[in-house]
Structures are given as structure tokens and as C-alpha cells.
Design a protein. Structure first.
Length: 117
């Protein structure tokens, strides 16, 4: 009866060296006997690639959403300023002051208009 060989720490170095040489020569998949599982491996890589691509697209979309939220916030501030400006310009006293500053003789009527029946 043959005695089983015990595992040694030096076997790690040999395994790494053999694995590295197999990667360099392109024989890693052959040594692992992965030829019959090639379709499964390719399918798994395809799924990982799709997952990464979808993640990048989602991140890109969320980035656009954040940029647009900031732009909308800025536009709301500008809109509020313009609304206030228009509201202040439409007061009667402001209109009369601006007309006088422009040299117009138009004034607010002193007495009420007469209606003809």
C-alpha cells in the first residue's frame, strides 16, 4: 500500500509558479479542464459585463437628474426675482414716477371720469 504524500508549504510556491507559467503560455484553461464549461464561463462574463454597463448607465442618469435639479432650483430663484420685479413695476405710484422721469406729462386723473349714458 502506497502512503499518501502530505501537504507542505513549499507546494504553494510550486503551484503559484505552475499557474503563472500556464497563464503566460495560455494553457490555464486547459490545465483546469475548463473546455467543457467554456459556454458557461462566457455567459457569466457576459452577465457581469451587462451588470456593469447597466450600473454605469444608471449612474449617468442619476448624475443628469442631480444637475437638472440644481438648474431648476436656480431658475426658480430667477423666476421669483422677475416676478417680484414685475409686481413692483405695476404699482400706480411707480408707473407715475417712471413716466415723470421719462419726461411724460401723463398723470393720474384728479377727478373721476364722466360716463355718458
Amino acid at each position: 500500500m502506497e502512503q499518501k504524500r502530505k501537504w507542505k508549504v513549499s507546494d504553494i510556491w510550486e503551484g503559484l509558479k505552475n499557474g503563472f507559467s500556464a497563464i503566460i503560455t495560455g494553457n490555464l484553461l486547459l490545465r483546469l479542464n475548463a473546455g467543457k464549461y467554456f459556454i458557461h464561463i462566457a455567459y457569466t462574463f457576459l452577465l457581469f459585463w451587462i451588470l456593469i454597463f447597466e450600473s454605469l448607465m444608471a449612474e449617468n442618469a442619476l448624475s443628469k437628474v442631480e444637475k437638472n435639479k440644481a438648474r431648476i432650483k436656480e431658475m426658480e430663484i430667477v423666476y421669483a426675482d422677475k416676478t417680484f420685479e414685475v409686481a413692483s413695476m405695476s404699482r400706480r405710484s411707480e408707473v407715475e414716477k417712471r413716466l415723470q422721469a421719462m419726461g411724460s406729462k401723463v398723470k393720474e386723473p384728479e377727478k373721476q371720469a364722466i360716463t355718458i349714458e
